[in-house]
Design a protein around this ligand. Structure first.
Ligand SMILES: [Zn+2]
Length: 599
């Protein structure tokens, strides 16, 4: 009631405005033709026509990054032979920045820009073309006219040889699968396109149609996959209370060895190994990836940090909230498989232990706060080096752990009435649907506090913005579980390095912070040749019959010279945790457990 007057006034203003004759320019019309005359050599040929122009020149641009993958990738590096014509006459196209061309349209209303894109980078966020298919990661394919990001466009695809299918979430024009339309560039840049002879099957959940487009073959069982993927879709829709899509497309690239995924608004691209569907471990791994990327259609694609949309396609888009956008998605990928009945209690708990072990065994967990890990994704997370293990923590792994702690906190403090699901749904309804914008740090914190019924200042100071050791047993205890480290009482010595082996060469890949190698000067890249004068050709020989406190001489080959380095062995701080039930959990603990795991 309170806002009625404002709403009525807004409606009146709209009515009034619409009666004024508009003298503004008619929007330009943008169309693309994409062909593949040299698919075998990995090229896509693009012809972009912009008509209805009323300006002396036109700037065309290419995004420098693909949303969801927080690294400036400079897609314009793959563009070559760009030329422009207006009324069939060549006009000048001048490159004015790394990703911008200025076309001298000379006042002519219709301009065509032709260019080639080299597409041979195998990943879910880059384009790839060969004689068997084209995968168009649209941010690296389509130039857009500067200032026209909200304009619609049409795309005509001319397939190569026997290619007969197009898989994308873009709408078809007139029922023609090879003619697509995008209402604006945010949608176009969020809609990858797979063209080829892919194997397509589908299923439907609550009226939403799902297509699965399999490239590359594989030992998948369509009926089993459809049934399990539908269960995941149903469980995830349950968290948010609605599925905003009418249609959703899974594009799956099956290769000899492949993995990873990238989320989009109404589709996702997944990498899989052709033979992984045959083993239970591989099959569950694929379903886990499905659950992760599909959960993103809400978490990050719609319910999003305020910095992540509208996107700045020219620069880094900084946010401290990837631990929610990615970490919680990593948590839910496990939780949803449990809630969907695909994974049993112990399977879920061991997946969480995996995340806990990764966090606890990464020295960087004591150096980089979680919020900072998110902010620096562009220069650290996506650009790891040999010292990353000592300087950073993944917002996926620690974010998943934090998701678990907050879920348990909310379930416990609400006497098993609410859970993290309620926070996610509330935030989705309030910010995405209600306010039509992303959330701030403080707003998500307030969302947690609303359902936890308490302030979380200390939690944030300790675990999000600080470096406090995580009190796992406090939170797991709410559900009648405890975490124990199987290596707690052991006295295993360590050198404190990660090693790699090629043939008989043992090379230091990482030197772990504050370990013996760190303190005594072993370097990344050193080849370990001998221990106490005895040559070693196998990693196990280095620590054979050694104990904590032993002083050993390690001979290394560094840049072609031999060095003998005295090293004092220390206790291995590595943890190997497990989560188990308390021997006599209380009624309350069992109620929390039941709510948490839907047992
Ligand atoms: Zn993700």
């Amino acid at each position: 009631m309170k806002n009625f007057r404002i709403a009525a006034l807004a409606a009146l203003t709209l009515l009034f405005m619409s009666t004024i004759p508009v003298s503004a320019a008619v929007p330009a019309k943008i169309s693309y033709k994409v062909s593949f005359p040299d698919a075998q050599a990995h090229y896509a040929d693009i012809e972009m026509t912009v008509s209805g122009l009323q300006q002396p020149s036109l700037e065309v641009k290419m995004p420098v990054w693909a949303p969801g993958s927080y690294l400036v990738r400079e897609f314009a590096k793959n563009i070559e032979s760009l030329s422009a014509t207006a009324n069939n006459k060549a006009v000048t196209a001048t490159k004015i920045s790394k990703n911008t061309w200025k076309i001298a349209t000379a006042g002519i209303g219709s301009v065509t820009v032709k260019y080639k894109v080299y597409a041979f980078e195998l990943s879910v966020r880059t384009s790839f073309v060969d004689a068997s298919h084209a995968f168009l990661s649209t941010t690296g394919i389509f130039l857009y006219p500067k200032g026209m990001i909200n304009q619609p466009s049409t795309i005509k695809i001319i397939p190569y040889k026997d290619w007969d299918k197009v898989s994308t979430s873009l709408e078809k024009v007139g029922g023609d699968a090879f003619t697509l339309t995008a209402p604006n560039y945010d949608i176009l840049f969020d809609s990858p396109i797979e063209i080829g002879t892919q194997d397509i099957f589908g299923f439907e959940v609550n009226g939403v149609k799902y297509d699965v487009a399999m490239y590359g073959g594989g030992n998948y069982d369509k009926a089993r996959l459809s049934a399990d993927m539908a269960k995941i879709v149903e469980a995830e829709t349950g968290v948010f209370g609605e599925n905003p899509n009418k249609h959703y497309t899974f594009i799956v690239h099956n290769r000899q060895r492949n993995g990873g995924g990238l989320e989009h608004l109404s589709s996702t691209v997944l990498g899989a190994s052709r033979d992984q569907y045959g083993s239970e471990r591989g099959y569950q791994g694929f379903l886990s990836l499905v659950a992760h990327e599909h959960f993103h259609l809400w978490n990050v694609k719609r319910l999003r940090p305020i910095a992540l949309g509208p996107f700045d396609y020219d620069n880094e888009n900084y946010t401290t909230n990837l631990w929610i956008a990615e970490g919680f998605t990593a948590y839910y990928q496990n939780l949803m498989l449990r809630h969907a009945g695909i994974v049993p209690e112990d399977g879920f708990l061991s997946a969480m232990v995996g995340d806990i072990n990764t966090v606890e065994n990464t020295p960087g967990t004591k150096v980089q706060p979680l919020a900072e890990s998110s902010f620096d994704a562009w220069i650290k997370g996506y650009r790891p080096n040999e010292n990353s293990v000592n300087t950073g923590i993944s917002y996926y792994d620690k974010g998943a752990v934090i998701g678990m702690l907050l879920d348990l906190e909310i379930i416990n403090s609400s006497a098993a009435k609410s859970s993290l699901d309620d926070v996610m749904k509330y935030m989705y309804n309030t910010y995405y649907k209600g306010k039509g914008r992303g959330y701030t740090d403080a707003e998500f914190k307030a969302g947690f506090e609303k359902f936890a019924g308490k302030k979380l200042d200390a939690f944030y100071a300790d675990y999000i913005n600080g470096l406090a050791a995580i009190d796992y047993n406090k939170y797991l205890g709410y559900a009648g579980y405890k975490l124990t480290d199987e290596l707690a009482g052991t006295n295993e010595p360590t050198l404190g390095v990660n090693l790699g082996k090629a043939g008989s060469k043992i090379t230091v890949m990482a030197v772990l912070r504050d370990g013996p190698a760190w303190k005594d000067g072993i370097n990344v890249g050193d080849e370990i040749v001998a221990v106490d004068g005895t040559p070693v050709t196998d990693q196990a020989e280095i620590m054979k019959n050694k104990k904590i406190g032993d002083k050993i001489n390690i001979t290394v080959n560094r840049d072609g010279k031999a060095y003998i380095l005295p090293v004092t062995l220390l206790r291995n701080p590595r943890q190997k945790n497990k989560i188990e039930s308390l021997s006599a959990p209380t009624e309350k603990q069992l109620a929390v457990r039941k709510k948490w795991l839907k047992l």
